[in-house]
Write a protein that binds this ligand. Structure first.
Ligand code: HEC
Ligand code: HEC
Ligand code: HEC
Ligand code: HEC
Length: 167
């Protein structure tokens, strides 16, 4: 029992240390606002602490949004009213540490948690640290950043426009 607890503590400490190294490195910026927009981590990183939210997201259309586009449509850039297809179908399009390509950033190739909540590496870092220390973090460093209407337009159906079989 004691050995198991010790193992768990070590495991968490290790994860925190790894998290620190990984998440602090490139994107960590100067001001508090920039710190908040650290880097995209991908939905799988949220699963351990937000199991139910993650399950619901996997079941939602957002988790498959990238699959509605062809590789060509993703690459193409500006297409519809000055907006690229991928802008609404993947996570962090054209943003630092955001989606680059299906091969390079498969975890960001859909409308992931961070498409709505913003890049979460700082959140993961403070929450992992709080878990290990057994303390309440002063700042969760994450929020609800995107309105549904950033991507959903009540005046038109993208489904109709782009000829999906459904609808
Ligand atoms: C190490 C654990 C941990 C990880 C990993 C983690 N979170 Fe959290 N998160 C928490 C805890 C604890 C809270 C506070 C309790 C709650 O609201 O569920 C929280 C709260 C939140 C909130 C509400 C913020 C607020 O101000 O109330 C959002 C949104 C969120 N997390 C999103 C994410 C996303 C997205 C990811 C993955 C990119 C993620 N979390 C990864 C532990 C974690
Ligand atoms: C980053 C862009 C983006 C944001 C922000 C966004 N969505 Fe979506 N949503 C999409 C895309 C793209 C699809 C279509 C997925 C696909 O390709 O099948 C979709 C699909 C859906 C669907 C399924 C629609 C259907 O008819 O089957 C629902 C419901 C939905 N979104 C609700 C919401 C809500 C509620 C919000 C705000 C809390 C929101 N979305 C924010 C991009 C977004
Ligand atoms: C402004 C955000 C936005 C842009 C830009 C956008 N989409 Fe979408 N797309 C959505 C949303 C939101 C949905 C789901 C609800 C709807 O049909 O309006 C959707 C749905 C779809 C669907 C239907 C998916 C399904 O399974 O039913 C296809 C296919 C699609 N989009 C392809 C494209 C293509 C191709 C482009 C670029 C030419 C594009 N979209 C540009 C937001 C966008
Ligand atoms: C389409 C946009 C969208 C996506 C994708 C999304 N969320 Fe959220 N999330 C919201 C909105 C809007 C709320 C506030 C309403 C609610 O509680 O459902 C919220 C609430 C939350 C909360 C609770 C916040 C609180 O104040 O209690 C957590 C935690 C959270 N989301 C985590 C996640 C995680 C983890 C994922 C991915 C597995 C995810 N979200 C994906 C839009 C989104």
């Amino acid at each position: 029992m004691i050995a198991r607890v010790a193992f768990l503590v070590l495991l968490l400490a290790g994860a925190a240390a790894a998290g620190f190294l990984l998440l602090r490195s490139p994107g960590a910026a100067a001001g508090p606002e920039e710190e908040r927009t650290a880097a995209f981590a991908g939905p799988r990183k949220c699963q351990a602490c937000h199991l139910e939210r993650h399950r619901r997201w996997v079941e939602s259309a957002h988790s498959r949004a990238g699959a509605s586009l062809t590789a060509e449509q993703i690459r193409k850039g500006v297409d519809f009213r000055g907006r690229a297809c991928a802008e609404c179908h993947v996570t962090g399009w054209k943003k630092p540490s955001g989606f680059r390509s299906g091969a390079e950033t498969p975890e960001l190739g859909n409308v992931g948690c961070e498409a709505c909540h913003g890049p979460a590496s700082e959140h993961i870092w403070v929450m992992t640290k709080a878990k290990v220390d057994g303390t309440e973090p002063a700042d969760r460093k994450i929020g609800r950043s995107e309105d549904c209407s950033t991507c959903h337009n009540p005046h038109l159906s993208y489904r109709k426009l782009y000829g999906a079989k459904k609808d």
